[in-house]
Design a protein around this ligand. Sequence first.
Ligand code: EPU
Length: 419
Amino acid sequence: MYQYTIIGGHELKGEISVYGDKNTALKLIPATILAANKCTISNIPDITDITTMMEIMKDLGAKIKKIKTGQFEFDTKPVRKTTINPLLARKLRASTVLMGPLLARFKKVSIPHPGGCVIGKRPIDIHLDAFKKLGAKISIKDSYYHIVTKNLKGTKIIPHSISVTGTENIMMAAAMAQGKTTIEYCACEPSIVALADFLNQMGADIRQAGSPKIIINGQKQLHGANTTVISDRLETGTFIILGALCAKELVIKNCQPNHLEVFLEIIKKAGVKIKRSHNQIVVYRSKHLKPNNITTNAYPGFPTDLQAPYTLLMTQADGVSMIHETIFEGRLNYIEWLNTMGANITLCDPHRAIVSGPTPLVGKKIVSPDIRAGMTLIIAGLMAKGKSQIDNIDLVDRGYTNLDQRLKEIGARITRKKI
Ligand code: EPU
């Protein structure tokens, strides 16, 4: 277990670079199972979720070679196993996205219910219903879902809700199904577009990814391809809030502001000053933040993953803001920790909170509840007066590369300790 100690209240300044997107890399890696020959992926972030995904791939039989930092070659020809290691699957929600490619290539896959951040119930019925529609049979035995098919056949799929990994799984299964699949009510995240682009480079025929309706013409075989992971829009958004709260001027490099349009509009409304170019954002400490309500939504709406840092921002706004989390019912659990530090936030129900600001924060001993909330508490520690100790940093390591080092480089007083 790792712990951060932070001495807060010191102004940050300088440049911070954004790494490759966790939630894209976690889908591109399983996609290589569909390729008949080797694939190379660059800009893969060095985070523990990726290490777990690589371990699962190796356990299945894949050969993975590091070419240089962030760049790996994947040879999935030797893969024979179709049962996903339960200990590894339980560490990682994204282990679900192995179902689609394994089912498409081997006609069978067995997987335990996946783990990941405890932010809500997180069912996988959308994935399973879609596989059934594509012609698979599903049984549950010994805590495993066993999915088998004689042949996947293209069909029309309308999920009951917008699901990111659901859309990605269906795309990968349908890429090698017989005939045409139409998915309506799709997720539109940049990770979906990046995955479709990669699959198309492998020879798939996937159209309109990034829109609510995706059309896939199944192919008999896919071949190897190379790709580069897009930059992490959630890391970018988090650093913008870090800059607005703690930095005189923070230059956020290697980012894609066009993946964050709604978020950028909303934080500008809240009084955050930014300057953007096509791959860089400069943010300045905001002295007069205005209260502003948000409702989280599927992309391109306000991202649920930036809800926690935004709530922290609103603790410094002059007035009352309503935070409405519509995607997950367990994503306001960090609020008690912010209140311990001096915030004035009322949790109305599992989906809504009212933030009254501005409130100065003071350093405390706190515990990170999940990746995004943990990152929020780190920013709270950096802006708070005095010393904070944040436990359970292992959860933050799942999503942010080399974080303490990057924060030190912009002036943060932060130390990491193994306990
Ligand atoms: N849902 C169902 N049935 C399903 C799948 C989802 O009812 O079969 C519901 C969920 O309970 C939730 C909503 O649909 O209420 C959306 O869930 P979604 O499936 O889109 O979430 P996910 O694919 O499991 C991904 C990201 C999350 C991110 C969400 C929402 C990955 C690996 N994870 O999760 O990222 O919060 O989309 O954008 O891509 C993170 O990075 O910290 C993280 C949690």
